[in-house]
Design a protein around this ligand. Structure first.
Ligand SMILES: Nc1ncnc2c1ncn2[C@@H]1O[C@H](COP(=O)(O)OP(=O)(O)OP(=O)(O)O)[C@@H](O)[C@H]1O
Ligand SMILES: [Mg+2]
Length: 307
């Protein structure tokens, strides 16, 4: 199978609102596929369709070779899905949660004990098996939720914002686990709002207002996605100057990054125009993923205004 996920014009309409608009995506086996986009972009809606839990309004797709509309039961039993509000039972223990999901996913009884021990270790919960899940803090809960989602060793896993509300260390540990799974051949589609996590994906798809705007590797996106020349500069009360800077004819975009302004110029030579206008020296910089995403979001908003 060349692609584990392949969709053609996948669309979801709620009433007269199009949440996912003609989505075409292809995911290869073993890929960590990052799904990024602003709040309300349609990420969760798209993932729910890919998991076979939400019927598309239009379009089609194959998941692990199964038809997304006709074969949802086959899909559901073969994938792992960790939803945005991951569904652990707080008053059950670590072990009870894992046992529950083992039966949900139909893991044969003889395989349970060893598999559960393995996942308890993966979650860093060895010795805490009897503790109620409600006592666990964010990072542990999240790793346990991942353990529940992959208990039957699915070859394809969907993770919807698995690391929201988790500390930076916890997030890093979690992504190490994800990378380990991918190395063993598991395909992972993961949504995130964190750029350091996006960096660790093999491919990133960016969606805004239901539409796919770009798909590429993090490196290619940084190299190619911004058209223009990016500089940073320091100005007193920078926040108040964004609008003025953006109205300069040779400026495409201006955004704030901590204490600094990032300005996307039309061309390299505009650096001198900017320097003359502002009286400070801008420094050329290599775009970060954050720059790329800010630009995507701005670009798609402009597109909506002009539509
Ligand atoms: N069942 C529903 N009925 C009506 N509108 C819905 C429904 N589910 C989602 N939406 C709308 O569809 C849009 C996309 O929502 P979705 O949850 O897919 O976005 P998201 O990209 O996952 O956002 P976030 O980053 O906040 O999780 C939103 O405007 C949302 O309000
Ligand atoms: Mg969501």
């Amino acid at each position: 199978m060349e692609y584990v996920v392949e969709t053609t014009n996948l669309t979801k309409v709620f009433g007269n609102f199009t949440a996912v608009d003609k989505l075409n995506i292809k995911i290869k086996p073993g890929e960590i596929y990052g799904f990024l986009g602003p709040n309300g972009a349609g990420k969760t809606t798209a993932i729910r369709m890919l998991c076979g839990v939400l019927e598309p309004t239009d379009g089609s797709g194959k998941i692990l070779g199964y038809d997304l509309v006709q074969e949802t039961e086959k899909i559901k039993s073969r994938i792992g899905y960790m939803s945005q509000k991951f569904s652990l039972y707080d008053d059950l223990s670590v072990l009870e949660n894992l046992n529950f999901y083992a039966s949900v996913y139909g893991l044969p009884r003889v395989k349970r004990e060893a598999r559960i021990r393995e996942l308890v270790a993966m979650a860093g919960l060895t010795g805490r098996e009897k503790e109620p899940v409600g006592n666990l803090s964010g990072g542990w809960k999240q790793r346990l939720a991942l353990g529940c989602a992959i208990i039957a060793r699915p070859s394809l896993v969907f993770l919807d914002e698995p690391t929201s509300g988790v500390s930076p260390t916890g997030r890093r540990v979690f992504f190490n686990i994800i990378q380990g799974l991918a190395r063993q051949g598991t395909t992972i589609m993961v949504t995130t709002h964190f750029m350091d996590e996006a960096e660790r994906c093999h491919k990133i798809a960016f969606i805004s207002a239901g539409k796919l705007i770009a798909v590429d590797t993090p490196d290619n996106l940084k190299r190619n996605a911004l058209e223009g020349f990016l500089v940073e500069l320091e100005l007193p009360s920078a926040m108040d100057k964004i609008k003025d800077i953006e109205s300069l004819p040779y400026v495409k975009e201006c955004s704030i990054h901590g204490p600094l302004l990032h300005v996307l110029l039309k061309e390299e030579r505009n650096l001198y125009d900017l320097q003359r206008t502002l009286g400070v020296k801008p420094r050329p910089i290599i775009p970060s993923l954050e720059d790329v995403f800010i630009s995507f979001v701005k670009g798609s908003k402009e597109g909506e205004k002009n539509a």
